[in-house]
Ligand binder design. Sequence first.
Ligand SMILES: [Fe+2]
Ligand SMILES: [Fe+2]
Length: 159
Amino acid sequence: MSNTFLWTKNYSVGIDLLDSQHKTLMELTDNFVLGCIEATSGDIKPYFKKQITAILDYLVLHFRMEEQLLSILKFPAAAAHRRGHARCMGEIYYWLNEINSLKSQVILSFTRYLRERIFDHVTGEDQGYGRYILHLKRRGFQIPRSECALAGTENEVYR
Ligand SMILES: [Fe+2]
Ligand SMILES: [Fe+2]
């Protein structure tokens, strides 16, 4: 299987730190799906369980950082964006609760869903705040340093 979900500059949201996290998320999930496909000759559950935690931990960290920044930047649709993140995590945890009773093929479908969900997040949902950030940059808006430090993104917010 080829690596079809590579990050490109077209997906940039205008903040290096978040772009780099998106890139990592896409690579992690791509490798994860590939690993699950390779493991289907046996039982994929042990592989799945071992790898899924790392991805979800990273996703939670990413969502949290994104939400902090959108709040600092006073993104008008920040609340709706936060709800989108919560919905995504809800869907994922619903699947994880069912995982022990599921067949390998169904788990494989979930891994593909997860990869597409991450892809949609980066190339769809997040592009809305990307346009907003571009708009702020054009107007010369600067984020107060103290607030950037709060989100751990000092010196990384503006390129
Ligand atoms: Fe994101
Ligand atoms: Fe997001």
